[in-house]
Design a protein around this ligand. Sequence first.
Ligand SMILES: NC(=O)c1ccc[n+]([C@@H]2O[C@H](COP(=O)([O-])OP(=O)(O)OC[C@H]3O[C@@H](n4cnc5c(N)ncnc54)[C@H](OP(=O)(O)O)[C@@H]3O)[C@@H](O)[C@H]2O)c1
Length: 247
Amino acid sequence: MSSQIPKKVVIVGGHGHVALRLARLLTPTHVVHSIHRSPEHTDEIAATRAVPYVLSLEDSPVEAFSVAFEDSDVVVFSAGAGGKGGAERTKKVDYEGALKVFEAIEGVKGKKPRLILVSAVDSRNPDIVPDHYNEEDKARSAKYRESIPAYVKWKYEADKNLVARTSFEWTILRPGGLTHEPGVGKADIGKTHITESISRDDVAATLALLVDRPDAAGLALDLVGGETPIAEALDAAIKDRVTAWIG
Ligand SMILES: NC(=O)c1ccc[n+]([C@@H]2O[C@H](COP(=O)([O-])OP(=O)(O)OC[C@H]3O[C@@H](n4cnc5c(N)ncnc54)[C@H](OP(=O)(O)O)[C@@H]3O)[C@@H](O)[C@H]2O)c1
């Protein structure tokens, strides 16, 4: 189970809805630095008790991210273009920005931090339909691929790039559709059906637990609404070495 030894955690995409929630959960027990792109958001980030740190995934060099990651134990990537700026910007932030973070971790002198990458359910080789998908999953998957093709493509390409890397430890968290509903503290985690949504509160709660779970390294975990307490569902998936990754 988790050990609550204080860690230094760097959140990339720190002004995001999930990231702000995560910072609030972590700062009572961990040192948190929150990387955000706009200086205008500094006060909002400081209000979470995280240390604001301005860098842009699109504009700042990889070396600047390596410096930001020095002495950290865990990096959480929760950034995304959020559909703003079209397919080109989705590629820039969700794919090239993620690769910049991977390269920056590799460039950290000394001990490399572990990475937790927020991806999405159904990030997979488009030619392989997971065995556990039912008809509803297949229909939802087809809908994603039709309505947000750039998002689906670049999340998958980023995940695929990460999975091939061995020089630092990583875990991929793959939430279903996100809501602003209050968290319920329960979920289905591991290799799941993909039609249930999940609240951003519950995604943040799962990320906070993953910060203290180095034994989740090498796993890609789906996270959708469900009936099992999050800590229990996460613990079972990690212990059973469940992974939803299909490369
Ligand atoms: N929406 C869904 O249903 C869904 C489902 C599954 C997974 N996800 C993933 O879950 C993650 C978190 O979601 P969320 O709702 O918290 O997203 P969000 O609120 O849109 O947060 C994303 C953050 O990324 C930041 N960002 C964008 N471009 C950047 C850049 N160049 N440099 C640095 N930061 C940059 C944004 O900064 P600004 O605040 O300055 O714009 C924003 O704060 C994302 O990776 C998303 O793809 C979403």
